[in-house]
Design a protein around this ligand. Structure first.
Ligand SMILES: [Zn+2]
Length: 278
């Protein structure tokens, strides 16, 4: 009994090390958000190699790599880095657990809530293309610095909300909605290559930007495109205009962010001021 208690105490003492003492022992510099829906950016120094949860990730020549936490993930991410000098470090990174809201949306045209069979096939084809595009791992590190908000406006929907569309519970809302007048310019939040720019059924005029290493941002419901697939855009460049094409009840931009297939919260990775809430 006494031994057992002593063991518990010593385990607790280790995890309660102050942050500075833990940081001192790590050679990894972390930025981004260590929470559910967060993108984490790691700087490990020149020539490093890395795995996240046992999977090899792309590391830039100067030692930058990234990964994300799913919206409902509660387990630690295990990051292992092999440094150029032959040493290695393994670090467990815990996501902060979030509380999400419930959002009710009524008045959506029924065809978007329960699409007809031919529309379902179109949605399936478009999402199949999206899934393939999100597997692309490009070497640029446009993602390495936090993003600018793409438009001024009002936050009308936040990440993680449990959605009830016309009274029917649906998947959580894994993006951010920014309401703004039709025609408001949408700016690239960072440098990127345009991976997709297509008129789609649910998304409306849809653009996906590739910021490198599996980090993508997405812009839905645009009234007009200002870029085409394959274009390279710089931070701040206008990529399209706000609209209400596809499944939308008013002019807004649904702003999504992904790390490969994982849908993340772009509002956790911004440097400019957050728009006010509705
Ligand atoms: Zn949305």
């Amino acid at each position: 009994m006494i031994h057992r208690r002593a063991f518990v105490l010593s385990a607790a003492a280790t995890t309660l090390l102050p942050a500075w003492a833990q940081a001192k022992t790590s050679r990894l510099v972390l930025s981004g958000a260590q929470e559910q829906g967060g993108l984490v950016v790691v700087r490990a120094g020149q020539g490093a190699r890395a795995t996240v949860d046992g999977e090899k990730v792309l590391v830039s020549p100067d030692g930058i790599f990234t990964f994300g936490f799913a919206y409902d993930r509660t387990s630690d991410a295990t990051v292992r880095v092999d440094f150029a000098d032959g040493t290695a470090e393994t670090r467990a990174i815990s996501p902060i657990v979030r509380q999400y809201e419930v959002q009710k949306i009524n008045g959506l045209p029924q065809k978007f809530v329960t699409p007809a069979p031919e529309e379902l096939q179109r949605i399936k084809d478009e999402h199949a293309r999206l899934a393939i595009a999100r597997k692309v791992d490009t070497p640029e590190t446009w993602f390495a610095e936090p993003f600018d908000w793409p438009i001024p406006g009002i936050l009308s929907g936040i990440y993680g909300s449990q959605r009830i569309l016309n009274g029917v519970p649906r998947a959580p809302h894994l993006g951010v909605d920014i309401a703004a007048p039709e025609g408001t310019p949408i700016h690239a939040p960072a440098g990127a290559r345009v991976a997709i720019a297509q008129p789609w059924f649910l998304e409306g005029n849809f653009t996906m930007l590739d910021h490198g290493h599996g980090v993508f941002t997405e812009y839905l419901h645009q009234s007009e495109f200002r870029v085409k697939e394959g274009d390279v855009v710089s931070r701040g460049q206008v990529i399209g205009l706000v609209g209400q094409t596809g499944r939308a009840t008013g002019p807004h931009t649904h702003w999504g962010m992904n790390w490969f297939a994982l849908k993340l919260d772009p509002s956790l990775y911004t440097v400019t001021p957050k728009p006010p809430k509705a």
